[in-house]
Design a protein around this ligand. Structure first.
Ligand code: APR
Ligand code: PHB
Length: 391
């Protein structure tokens, strides 16, 4: 098999890249190790920055998002029993975000790709990328019990944190920057209308809690728990009791309960692999970087990477200049590090660290007070949340 761009992984990064290249008249093949149902059902975050929503629309994948997605003009910060709303349009000159689950983005992109795109092979596991520094890199993969080779002009590793693409970058040329956290998020999906019409980020002595949503009738809720917690060890009623305690306000706000339909623990980690390019191999999305979920930047970063790659390759096709391809890694990394900073700051401001001193806890509250009382501090949060500019 031969193609211009071999794409490993059909998460949002790989699927959107195939779509963008198709729109630019560049052919690609997507190899995905899991089956279609798995790709379409994996629970992930659901906040699209305004720039991400615009890219999906321009790629022809925005129709259902615009119909079913919920535009959100702010979030609520909850601390010390108080509520503070961060008004996005007011603080950013009109920007907002879209609540539309990553699973739905993937479903829309898979349907488009199968209807009018190039090959998208499910249960096709990439084994290795070879010849990244030659003119003809190849991806060795296994599909339907046979080993095969995909010859490419370029390979883009969109295969997530556990993929194989990153391994093709020699260790001597790689630098990894990471931080682990002693906590994770216990997430539940519940068949109950969200108790607030915007997301609520709560800082509490007992730990962080987040109220999010998937639709007007489905809530998505999270609790900070110690790393390594087993989700099944938390009975549903205890989850609701703990959520209620952490969301408590002085004005008597109530949390509505409903049947829990899914329960799992997400570990938290910050991770960046530099560079994001080695010869004709490019890394995009989780294959190159991970952010903790506070602030929901993961999907949006993946979108930024593939937009940058698609623009660079289109530029090369149109002008013969590899200048933008050469700039791929530094261009992406500038935005990646801003998102890493934002996600770390949000995490630090809202989570309870087991070893935190009373002094540090007072500082956390002072940071939240500052956002609530100073327009510039609020604007900084709102700008980060609604998204850093592309490119
Ligand atoms: N061969 C083929 N496919 C692979 C391989 C392999 N060896 N290894 C992994 N994959 C597939 C996975 O099955 C998955 O479908 O690559 C895909 C990677 O998708 P994601 O993990 O969703 O990563 P990405 O597309 O970069 O999206 C980033 O996902 O983790 C969230 O917060 C993150 O929302 C962000 C988004
Ligand atoms: C989610 O809805 O899953 C979600 C929302 C916001 C976050 C993280 C996750 O910061």
């Amino acid at each position: 098999m031969r193609t211009t761009v071999g794409i490993i992984g059909a998460g949002p990064a790989g699927l959107l890249l195939a779509r963008l290249l198709h729109g630019a008249g560049i052919d690609s093949v997507v190899l995905e190790s899991r089956d279609r149902a798995y790709v379409e059902q994996r629970q992930r975050a659901g906040i699209l920055e305004q720039g991400t929503a615009d890219v999906l629309r321009a790629a022809g994948a925005g129709e259902r998002m615009d119909r079913e997605g919920l535009r959100h003009d702010g979030i609520e910060l909850r601390f010390a029993g108080r509520r503070h709303r961060v008004d996005f349009p007011g603080l950013t000159g009109g920007r907002s975000v879209m609540v539309y689950a990553q699973t739905e983005v993937c479903k829309d992109l898979v349907a488009l790709q199968l209807a009018e795109g190039g090959p998208l092979l499910f249960e096709a596991e990439a084994l290795a990328v070879e010849g990244a520094q030659s003119d003809r890199p190849v991806v060795r993969f296994r599909h339907e019990g046979r080993e095969d080779v995909l010859e490419c002009d370029y390979v883009v590793g969109c295969d997530g944190h556990w993929g194989v693409a990153r391994r093709a970058v020699p260790a001597a040329l790689s630098q990894v920057f990471e931080r682990t956290y002693p906590f994770g998020w216990l997430g539940v999906l519940a068949d109950v209308a969200p108790s607030h019409d915007e997301l609520v980020y709560a800082r509490h002595e007992r730990g962080f809690a987040l109220l999010s949503m998937r639709s007007p009738s489905v809530s998505r809720l999270y609790l900070q728990v110690p790393a390594g917690t087993d989700a099944q060890a938390w009975p549903d009623e205890e989850i609701w009791d703990e959520l209620e305690r952490r969301f408590e306000t002085r004005d008597g706000w109530r949390l509505a309960r409903g049947p829990v339909t899914q329960k799992s623990v997400t570990p938290m980690r910050s991770y960046v692999h530099e560079p994001m390019r080695h010869g004709r191999l490019f890394l995009a999305g989780d294959a190159a970087h991970i952010v903790p979920p506070t602030g929901a930047k993961g999907l949006n970063l993946a979108v930024g990477d593939v937009v940058t790659f698609a623009r660079a390759l289109t530029h090369e096709r149109e002008t013969g200049s590899a200048e933008l391809l050469d700039a791929y890694s530094p261009t992406c990394l500038r935005r990646v590090w801003q998102a890493e900073r934002f996600s770390c700051d949000m995490t630090a401001m809202l989570h309870r660290r087991p070893e935190a001193t009373a002094f540090e806890e007072r500082l956390q509250l002072a940071r939240l007070e500052r956002i609530a009382s100073c327009r510039a501090a609020g604007a900084d949060l709102a700008e980060g949340y609604t998204g850093f500019p592309l490119g």
